[in-house]
Design a protein around this ligand. Structure first.
Ligand SMILES: [Zn+2]
Length: 147
């Protein structure tokens, strides 16, 4: 996995996710253990989530929703806000550095897991990189969907 200029510190949590699912399907964890989405997260998924075409790996009843959180000192009082993926490219123009966390949520059974995190922001880098970052996000999403 090669990081592009503006997408920094990309962390993919697929392995951890697979380990949790393996524990569940192997009987070492229960659905109650892993489908523990907080009511706030479920509400966030309902109102701000971005639907994916990937079925919930646990109940397979409905597609996963992605909820994208943004954190960073540079965001001030807006740190911790949920953003739509399309808003991130614009934020990159305006904010020097912030961290993005993409969480997948199933509104049916409450399965939730951190999908990936990465750092964005102009940070003194050329702004031409913004388009690359946006494409990168799209690619990540597509890859997640094709798994
Ligand atoms: Zn589910």
């Amino acid at each position: 996995m090669t990081a592009v200029e503006t997408t920094r510190s990309l962390i993919d949590y697929s392995l951890a996710r697979r380990a949790v699912l393996a524990a569940l399907f192997g009987g070492r964890a229960t659905a109650t253990d892993v489908c523990d989405a907080h009511p706030y997260l479920l509400r966030a998924a309902k109102f701000h989530g971005e639907p994916t075409s990937e079925q919930c790996p646990v109940c397979r009843k409905e597609p996963l929703m992605h909820v994208t959180y943004t954190y960073g000192d540079a965001l001030g009082q807006y740190s911790g806000r949920i953003k739509a993926t399309r808003e991130l490219a614009q934020m990159e123009y305006e904010v020097s550095e912030f961290t993005v966390y993409v969480v997948e949520v199933c509104q049916s059974c409450g399965w939730n897991h951190l999908r990936q995190s990465f750092v964005l922001g102009h940070g003194g880098l050329a702004r031409a990189g913004t388009q690359v970052a946006a494409r990168r996000l799209t690619h990540s999403r597509e890859r997640a969907l094709s798994e």
